[in-house]
Design a protein. Sequence first.
Length: 79
Amino acid sequence: MGADGIVMGTAELVALDCIRCGCCEGGRGCARGICTTDPELLELLTVEWCTQRLVNLHNALRECLVEILTGLGSVGGFA
């Protein structure tokens, strides 16, 4: 028995500077421009910046997982 999957949506939104204000769908939408259709707010983010932030998050999570598995003696194929 193990985890069949994980949900990472909140962590990924926070990596993109989400402040979790709950305004995603109300008014102009997200104050950070993540979940909005407002053209002015859409200019706050670039695809390149968002991509790099998500790559950084997933690389950091991978490093933590490898460290945990190494501590448990499960090092094969993760280095």
